[in-house]
Design a binder for this molecule. Sequence first.
Ligand code: GDG
Length: 444
Amino acid sequence: MVGDNSFVVVANRLPVDLVYGQWVPSPGGLVAALEPVLQAHHGCWVGWPGVVDAAMEPFHDRNVLLHPVPLDQQDYEQFYEGFSNATLWPLFHDLIVPPVYDQSWWETYRSVNEKFATEVAAVAADNATVWVQDYQLLLVPGLLREMRPDLTIGFFLHIPFPSPDLFRQLPWRAELIAGLHGADLVGFQRSRDEENFRAIVDADITTGTFPISIDPSTFGPVEQEIVAKLREQLGSPHTVLLGVDRLDYTKGILQRLTALEELYDEGQVHDVTFIQIATPSRERIDHYQQTRSAVEEAVGRINGRFGEIGRPVVHYYHRQMQKAQLRNYYAAADIMLVTPFKDGMNLVAKEYVACHPEGNGALVLSEFAGAAVELHKAHLCNPFDTESIKSAILDAISAQGSEAARTTMQELNQQVNDFTVARWAETFLNELNATRSRAGKENA
Ligand code: GDG
């Protein structure tokens, strides 16, 4: 028996959150981008609701059927925290911390991927298009292909794909590659990721580079009054720096704090305030706990050394912010610090740029973020080199208010307005259809 959904998105998470016992939609960029396609094609979203053992019936939200895949405690620990986030995540981010290779985690990863594939096979209509998202579901395309050869299957990897020598470490590398071979089209953020992947697979798999983006219309300009009030609350400093990240060791939060501390220490900056929003993430995993401790120690040390009463140097928030509030911070910040050691794309960089249509503000951006390909006119830096972060910050400070800085920010803003997440989705899905029709003709 097949389902009646002719377009199915499958991702680790369903776009819902449990708030005071109620399921509420959590419309991130991906949902917003795919909503029109989902609605037009009687679409369905298959994913985990984010709570272990949640008994949840499929439900409709704005015409889109949300179809939950339940995970139990062992799945959560071994599939999500284990294989996805303590094996694949560090390996695919170039071993910033050592990946753990554990046979039982792998077995649970495989069985959870089977659960997802089984759900999709049950809800997808004849000849439906299925779009599988990200590193938690690398086996789903291959499993689905066996269950439902009629489907058109796309896969998009949101995180980097490592160089062949790193990937070869993985004891289950052959199985993962076989999983991806089930897809008609495999998409990557940067051409470098695509090249890394192509170096370890047969030529007969179709791949493409599709840099993801945001919906800039949800990050429009913020009222000047709100910006002025926020800066006043901060004590009207000369320069406001901002960082917004999940608290993750890939994001280079400690390194930007170190750079700021050295700049203060050397007397190179004065009257500079840094707001760091570090959203709680994967909190039970050792390396996340260590990163949090190191970041919080640095915040305390910097404020202890250079802060004054009522005027800390670093304003640190370890909590989830409302999107509207985030937008106010983006608008109020003179310089955005995005310094990951490695990042598939980094949407924060694009969100900041989208909040500065008038051309004020500046972006300090790691060359190891996927976003650096499109936003190459930002103040690029090497996050492994503290001097490089420092000089990018100093350059951005000294260019503050100049015509050149304004022109640059306007160009970056134009880039983000032109290449939206809707365009990303459309480009991928068009390419997927084209790939499938080429294959159909060859087989005819
Ligand atoms: C993965 C890849 C790739 C953050 N704190 C709050 C909050 N956020 C939002 C940001 C942004 C998103 O979370 C983070 O996206 P990033 O792209 O920066 O990073 P990852 O979470 O690592 O995402 C990445 C992405 O997938 C998409 O393909 O770009 O490379 O690692 O949208 O605004 N949102 C709210 N409160 C917060 O406190 N509301």
